[in-house]
Design a protein around this ligand. Structure first.
Ligand code: HT7
Ligand code: ZN
Length: 853
C-alpha cells in the first residue's frame, strides 16, 4: 500500500473547468457519460490522468473523436496535444452492489451518492482532487415511479418525461466546486419545505427530503437549518448563496452527514426526531450536525482545501463554528463541558497512542482514516485558541479577511493562520506548532504566595509521538485568575497568560489576601493535561466558589480522581467523603442550573480514569468506580431522592431548562441505583413505565440494563416490542445492552451479534453494537480476551463489505501498550489475526499495522 506525503504536493497538471454528467439510473445499473472541459495548467507535456476506482471505460473521446487511452491501475491516462480539450467518457456499474457506501449506492429504495474524500472516482473518471474546481451540469434519467424525485447540486433548470415510464431532470451548479462536493439523489421522497429570507432579502427554498411516513419527524431539523442560516449571518456575516437548500435523509451512511453544495445528504439519525423516539441529546445532536453541514457552505465549500492534509482547515473551523452555535442556543458552560469530555474521551487517547498524528497530518495511506477526533475536535480547539489570543473582534476581522481573500479557492491551514495574523497584527509563528506537533501537552502549574504577592510557575512538556521526538515548546493560552479562599472573589482578575517557554514564571503583586487559590485553564482555554499541586481543600473551594463554571466542574472531576486513583493503585481504601461533600454543596447551590448540576455529579468514566494510569487494570478501575458510586449514592440518599422526586417538565418541552431538569433527573436516578440497586431498579422501572418521552425512557433503561432483577428483562422486552420496526430506536436497544456494566454483557453481545436484527451492512446498527461494546471498558477488556476476539472477527467480516467503517473499529485494540501484560498480549494477538486476514483493505491495513507499531 502506497503512503502519500504532504511534502509531495504538486498543483494539478490539468484543470477541469466544467463537468457535464448524463446519468441513466436504475437500482442495478448506472450509466454515466461525463464530458470534462480540461485546460492545461502551465507548460508541460504530461498526459491527463483521471482517477477511477473499479471503473472500466466503455468509450473515451477527445474533442468528439474516439481517443487512445491506457489504464494504469485504476487510473485512465490520455495523451493530449493542445492546451484545452473536451474529454468524454462512459462507464457503467451496479449501485446495488456497492456495499462500501462510497460513490453511487442504493439505500432503502433510494439511489444516493457520497463523494468525500475520493468517491467521485467510483462514479466517473476525474482528477478527483480538491484543488480542481469546476462548474457542473447534471442530467438525471430514471424510472418515474420508483424515483419520482431527482436531485443534484445547485438549481433545477429543466425537467421532462421520457419514454417507457422514465423521466429526467437537469441541474446546474454555478459555483465552481471540487468533485468531493458532487451529489445526486433519486427516490420516492417527500419534503418538509420552508423558506428563509437572507440578510440581503433573497428568499431561499428549504426542503428536508424523507420517506413520506417520516415527514412528522423533520420539524426539528428544519428549524435547526433556519437557526443556522440566521446565526451564520449574525455571527460571521455569511449569507447563503443559492436559491435552494436541500437535505436528504438516508438510512445507510458511513458518517453523520455530508455538506454537498446545495444538497446535503444526512444519516437519517441526524434528521429524524420526535420526543417519543429521540432523546434530548439526540435533538441537540441533530441541531449540531445540521448547523455543521450548513456552516460548511462557507467554511469548506466557498473556501475549500487544497489537498486532504488540510482537512482540518474546513473541519476544525466548522466544528468550532457548530460548537459556538450550540453554546449560543443552550447552556454555554454545559456545552463546553460536553465538548471537553468528548475531546478527553476520544482525542486524548488518540493523541497518546499509536495512531497519534498532527492536526495537519504529514502522511497517510488511506485518507478516510484521518477523519479523526484530532483533525476535527483538536482542530476546533486550535481555532478556539486563536480566538482567545486575538480576542473576538480581531478573530472576526480575521475570518472576514480569510473568506474575502480566498473565496472560490482551494487553500491551506497556513492561509487561515496568515489571515488571522494579517487581520490582527499578532504574531502566530509559534502558534503554528499546534498544526504540526502531535501529542497533548502537559502543563504543570504551581503558585508560590508569600507576603503581598504571588508567583505562578508554569512548565510544559510535549510527549513523543510516532515519528516525532524532542518537540519544541508551544504557544499555550491559559485563562487564569487567583481567587480568595473564602469568597471566591478574583484577587487577580481573569487574564490570558501565554505560556511559550518550557518553563516560565508570572508575578502578581499587591494581592489583598495571602494564600490565594489558582483557577487555571478556565473554559479549557487550551487542550492540555493540567497537573497542579492544589490540595483537596483548594479543589473543594474551587468547586464551591469559582466564578468560572467550567473550572468548578474541573475541580469536581479532580476531586473524584483523587478519591479513585489511590484505591486503584492499592494505596488506600475508598474515602468518598470529599466527593460527597462537594456533590452535596453543588446540588444545593441555587445559583447553578440543572444542566450544570447533571454534569457536575457525573463520576468520571472508566476510560477517563484509565487515561490517568500508566498501566490499566480494567477490573480495578471498575471496582473503584463502582465503590465510589455506591458511597456517593448511599451518602446522599435523602437529597438524591428528594431532588429526583421533583415534578418533571412536560414530555415535549424542549426548552433549555426542561432538558436540564431531565438530564439531572436521570443522573440522580443513576446515583440512587448505585447506592441501593433494588430501590434504583424499582424507581427506574416506574420511570420507564410512566415515561412520556424517550429521554425519560432511555434514562430509565440505561440504569436498568446494569442492574439485576425482573424489571430489567421486562423493560428490555417492552422496548424491543415497541420499537422493533423503527431502525433508529432499535439501534438504541442494541447500544444500551452493549454498554451494560454486567458480568454477562460479554455473552449478551455475542448473542446480539447473531440477532436477526443485527447486520454489518448498516453502519448505524454496526456501530450501535460494536462501538458501544468496545467503549464499555470493563466488559470489552474481559480477562479471557473474548472481547478482543469478537471485535477482531467483526473487523474482518465488516472489512469485506465496508472498509471505512471496519477501520474505525480498530483503535480500541491499538491501545494495548496501556494495559496489563496478559491483556496487552491478547490485544496484540487480535490485531495480528486481523493483519493476516485475506484481502485486507488498505483502510484496515493502515490502522492495524500502525497499531502493532
Ligand atoms: N465532511 C464530511 C465527511 C464525510 C465523510 C468522510 C469519509 C467518508 C464518508 C463521509 N461522509 C461525510 C462530514 C462532515 O464533517 O461534515
Ligand atoms: Zn465537517
Amino acid at each position: 500500500h502506497v503512503t502519500i506525503y504532504a511534502k509531495d504536493y504538486e498543483p494539478p497538471k490539468w484543470w477541469v473547468r466544467h463537468v457535464d454528467l448524463d446519468c441513466d439510473l436504475s437500482a442495478d445499473k448506472a450509466r454515466i457519460r461525463a464530458t470534462l472541459n480540461v485546460e492545461k495548467n502551465g507548460s508541460h507535456d504530461r498526459p491527463l490522468v483521471l482517477a477511477g476506482d473499479g471503473l472500466k471505460p466503455l468509450t473515451v473521446q477527445v474533442d468528439g473523436a474516439d481517443a487512445q487511452w491506457t489504464l494504469e491501475g485504476d487510473n485512465l491516462l490520455i495523451e493530449l496535444s493542445g492546451e484545452a480539450h473536451e474529454i468524454a467518457t462512459t462507464v457503467e456499474f451496479d449501485p446495488s452492489a456497492n456495499s462500501q457506501l462510497m460513490g453511487l449506492y442504493a439505500s432503502g429504495g433510494l439511489l444516493c451518492t457520497q463523494c468525500e474524500s475520493e468517491g467521485f472516482r467510483r462514479i466517473t473518471f476525474h482528477p478527483d482532487r480538491p484543488d480542481v474546481l469546476s462548474t457542473y451540469s447534471v442530467t438525471m434519467h430514471a424510472d418515474a415511479k420508483a424515483y419520482p424525485i431527482l436531485l443534484a447540486n445547485g438549481n433545477k433548470v429543466s425537467e421532462g418525461i421520457g419514454e417507457d415510464g422514465r423521466h429526467w431532470a437537469r441541474w446546474e451548479d454555478p459555483f465552481p466546486k471540487p468533485s468531493y462536493l458532487f451529489a445526486m439523489v433519486a427516490g420516492d421522497l417527500s419534503a418538509n419545505s420552508g423558506a428563509f429570507t437572507t440578510m440581503s432579502g433573497r428568499e431561499v427554498e428549504l426542503n428536508i427530503w424523507v420517506r413520506e411516513k417520516d415527514l412528522p419527524l423533520t420539524h426539528h431539523a428544519l428549524q435547526a437549518l433556519k437557526d443556522s442560516m440566521k446565526w451564520d449571518e449574525e455571527v460571521y456575516g455569511r449569507e447563503y448563496d443559492l436559491d435552494l437548500f436541500n437535505i436528504v435523509a438516508v438510512d445507510d451512511f458511513n458518517f453523520g452527514a455530508m455538506e454537498n453544495k446545495g444538497l446535503n445528504i444526512f444519516n437519517s439519525r441526524y434528521v429524524l426526531a420526535d420526543s417519543e423516539t429521540a432523546t434530548d441529546q439526540d435533538f441537540d445532536a441533530i441541531a449540531g450536525v445540521v448547523a455543521h453541514e450548513y456552516f460548511h457552505n462557507w467554511s469548506g465549500n466557498r473556501v475549500t482545501c487544497r489537498d486532504w492534509f488540510q482537512l482540518s482547515l474546513k473541519e476544525g473551523f466548522t466544528v468550532f463554528r457548530d460548537q459556538c452555535f450550540s453554546q449560543d442556543h443552550n447552556s454555554e458552560a454545559v456545552k463546553r463541558i460536553e465538548d471537553v469530555r468528548l475531546l478527553r474521551a476520544i482525542q486524548f487517547p488518540e493523541d497518546s497512542g499509536p495512531l497519534a498524528h498532527p492536526v495537519r497530518p504529514d502522511s497517510y495511506i488511506e485518507i478516510s482514516n484521518f477523519y479523526t477526533a484530532t483533525v476535527y475536535n483538536k482542530g476546533a480547539e486550535l481555532i478556539r485558541m486563536m480566538r482567545t489570543i486575538l480576542g473576538e473582534k480581531d478573530f472576526r476581522k480575521g475570518s472576514d479577511l480569510y473568506f474575502e481573500r480566498h473565496d472560490g479557492q482551494a487553500v491551506t491551514c497556513e492561509d487561515f493562520v496568515k489571515a488571522m495574523e494579517d487581520a490582527s497584527g499578532k504574531d502566530l509563528a509559534q502558534f503554528r506548532l499546534w498544526y504540526s506537533q502531535a501529542g497533548t501537552p502537559t502543563v504543570r502549574a504551581h503558585v508560590d504566595a508569600s507576603g503581598s504577592g504571588a508567583v505562578l510557575k508554569l512548565q510544559q512538556d510535549i510527549p513523543d509521538t510516532p515519528g516525532q521526538k524532542d518537540k519544541q515548546p508551544m504557544a499555550i493560552p491559559l485563562k487564569m485568575a487567583l481567587l480568595s479562599r473564602q469568597s471566591g472573589a478574583e484577587l487577580v482578575e481573569e487574564r490570558t497568560v501565554m505560556l511559550g517557554e518550557a518553563e516560565q514564571t508570572v508575578t502578581f503583586e499587591d494581592i489583598a489576601e495571602a494564600d490565594p487559590i489558582l483557577s487555571i485553564n478556565r473554559d479549557f482555554s487550551a487542550p492540555i493535561i493540567l497537573e497542579s499541586d492544589r490540595d483537596d481543600e483548594e479543589l473543594a473551594a474551587l468547586a464551591r466558589v469559582d466564578g468560572n463554571a467550567f473550572a468548578r466542574y474541573e475541580a469536581l472531576q479532580e476531586l473524584n480522581l483523587r478519591a479513585l486513583l489511590p484505591v486503584i493503585r492499592g494505596e488506600t481504601v475508598m474515602d468518598a467523603s470529599k466527593v460527597i461533600a462537594a456533590f452535596d454543596a453543588t446540588l444545593s447551590d441555587e445559583r447553578l442550573d440543572d444542566a450544570f448540576k447533571a454534569e457536575a455529579i457525573m463520576i468520571p468514566s472508566e476510560a477517563m480514569i484509565g487515561e490517568k494510569l500508566a498501566t490499566i487494570d480494567p477490573d480495578k478501575v471498575h471496582a473503584a468506580r463502582q465503590a465510589l458510586g455506591h458511597e456517593v449514592g448511599k451518602g446522599l440518599t435523602e437529597k438524591l431522592e428528594q431532588m429526583y422526586g421533583r415534578e418533571r417538565p412536560a414530555g415535549d418541552d424542549l426548552s433549555v431548562a426542561a432538558k436540564g431538569q431531565r438530564a439531572l433527573s436521570n443522573q440522580l436516578l443513576g446515583l440512587i441505583a448505585s447506592g441501593d440497586p433494588a430501590k434504583g431498579a424499582r424507581l427506574a422501572k416506574a420511570q420507564y413505565d410512566g415515561a412520556r418521552n424517550m429521554t425519560e425512557r432511555q434514562g430509565a433503561l440505561t440504569v436498568l440494563v446494569s442492574l439485576d432483577g425482573a424489571e430489567r428483562g421486562a423493560a428490555l422486552e417492552d422496548f424491543y416490542n415497541r420499537f422493533k420496526d423503527q431502525g433508529l430506536v432499535l439501534d438504541k436497544w442494541f447500544g444500551l445492552q452493549a454498554r451494560a456494566e454486567r458480568d454477562d454483557t460479554m455473552d449478551a453481545v455475542e448473542k446480539l451479534a447473531e440477532h436477526p436484527d443485527f447486520t454489518l451492512k448498516n453502519p448505524n446498527r454496526l456501530r450501535a453494537l460494536l462501538v458501544n461494546f468496545a467503549s464499555n471498558q470493563w466488559v470489552f477488556h474481559h480477562a479471557s480476551g473474548r472481547g478482543y476476539d469478537l471485535l477482531a472477527r467483526m473487523v474482518i467480516e465488516a472489512d469485506k463489505l465496508n472498509p471505512q467503517v471496519a477501520a474505525r473499529l480498530v483503535p480500541p485494540l491499538g491501545r494495548w501498550r496501556r494495559y496489563t501484560d496478559a491483556r496487552a498480549k491478547l490485544m496484540r494477538a487480535a490485531l495480528q489475526r486481523i493483519e493476516q486476514a485475506d484481502g485486507l483493505s488498505k483502510d484496515v491495513f493502515e490502522q492495524v499495522s500502525k497499531s502493532l507499531g
